[in-house]
Each structure stands twice: as C-alpha cells, then as structure tokens.
Design a binder for this molecule. Structure first.
Ligand SMILES: [Zn+2]
Length: 252
C-alpha cells in the first residue's frame, strides 16, 4: 500500500511538474523517492557504459586513466554512497565535458582535462560528478522519463521490488544514455557542488579549485564556441557563492 502511494505521488509529481512542459527531467522535487533498486541501477549503469563505449573513444593512455581513477576513488571513498563500485573513464574526445551515468559510472574527456591546471581541479570535476551519483540525479530523471513513457506497464513489472527484467533494463539504459546530454537543473548543480566540496575537503583536496573551474567555465561561456559542459552543467555566480559558503561551513 505504501508503495502504491509513493508511485501515485511520483506520477502526480510528473503531471504537475513544470519541468515536463520544458522537457527537462533533471529537477529534483522535495518528494522524489527512487523506486529503482541499487541492483537495477547498477545493471542500468553497466548497459549505459557499454553503449557509451561504442559511442565514444576511450583513452588508451594507461597512465592518465590510472591518475584519474586514483583521484576519483579517493573522493568516492568519502562520499555518502561509498557502497557503490565507482568507475572513472577518460574519453578521448575534444568536447569539454564530464558526466555521470547511474550506478557510479563517471566520464571525463581529454578535452576538459587539457583545460584543468592540476589534480585539485580534476578532483573538482570528479567530485561534482560523484555528487550527482550520490543524489541519484540521472537515476531520478530516468525514473520520471520511464514512468511517463511506460506508466502502468512499468509499475506492473515490479519496479519497486528491484525486479526489473533484462529487457526493461536495456530500454532504461538507452533512455539513460540520451539523458546524459541534457541540461542539469540549478538545484541538481547546487546539490552536486555541495557534496563535491564536502568530499574534496575530507579526501584532502583543495575545494577552492571548484571556484576556479566555475570561473573558467563562465569565461568560456561568453566565448564564440561554448563547450558542451556549459549545457550539461551550467556554471553561474550563484554556484560560486554557494561553493564559497559550503567551504566556510566545512572549516567551522
Ligand atoms: Zn552537474
């Protein structure tokens, strides 16, 4: 009965949510429970990862992959979802971008790595992406999209018990891969930054690097050819102010 209530609430949330009209599913609402089990989330992540590996060229630079993975694991160990197995993949792509799929699959491009000055800045980007995983942002977006698309059929398939069929997981992964290129909401970005600052601080990185990244991206957003990351993770003065405040709170 409780499960039915939660499902009804999610459907109602989708029907009344203005983000649906805007075509943006990346908005967390106050009441936004995730029904997809961690087991199914990992299955979706694994399939999404396979699709992305066909879509993009994965960097063969072993040393670079190790460096990124070491930084990522150090951060992930401090996260509020450190029971997940995280993977950090470098994509050999000129696009300046980074993104997180469900289940702890995180990607960073060689394009953005060229713009980052040191390990603290790399940790700033990875920490933010881990924040998206911790708050299940792409998973929530996927769930909304799936309920909107499949409705009752999805509920009948036992989503709440985590018993998603392999066909449904495959379908979910296709949707999930498409959602990775959509714009994150302002709320999601602030949440991911806040978790990013927290884990950077705990893992011994300088969280102020996050401010430097925001400033760099703001500068680039005014240019002629704004990078991909501006559309997936929009930078703003509001984010800089919130990051500064989060750093102050950590040091108290
Ligand atoms: Zn983001």
């Amino acid at each position: 009965m409780k499960k039915l209530f939660i499902i009804m609430a999610i459907i109602l949330g989708i029907m009344t949510g203005s983000e649906l009209q805007a075509g943006n599913f990346f908005t967390s609402t106050e009441f936004d429970p995730v029904l997809i089990s961690q087991e199914s989330e990992i299955g979706i992540g694994k399939n999404t990862d396979q699709q992305l590996r066909q879509q993009y060229k994965v960097s063969m630079n072993e040393k670079l992959n190790q460096q990124i993975n070491a930084i990522g694991q150090r951060l992930a160990a401090r996260s509020n979802r450190n029971d997940l197995k995280y993977t950090f993949t470098v994509l050999d792509d000129e696009l300046v971008n980074a993104f997180a799929a469900p289940g702890g699959y995180i990607y960073i491009t060689t394009g953005i790595l060229k713009k980052l000055k040191n390990n603290n800045e790399i940790a700033g980007v990875l920490g933010h992406e881990i924040g998206h995983v911790v708050h299940k942002h792409s998973l929530k977006a996927l769930q909304r999209q799936m309920i909107a698309q499949f409705g009752l059929q999805l509920i009948a398939s036992g989503l709440g018990d985590g018993g998603m069929s392999s066909t449904l997981i495959l379908k979910a992964s296709e949707i999930s891969a498409g959602l990775l290129l959509l714009k994150n909401s302002r709320e999601n970005e602030l949440q991911a930054d806040s978790e990013g600052v927290r884990i950077m601080y705990l893992a011994g990185f300088n969280p102020r690097a996050m401010i430097d990244i925001q400033k760099m991206l703001l500068g680039m957003s005014q240019g002629k050819d704004p990078p991909a990351i501006i559309s997936t993770h929009p930078p703003s003065q509001e984010r800089i102010t919130a990051i500064e405040q989060a750093i102050k709170n950590m040091k108290k």
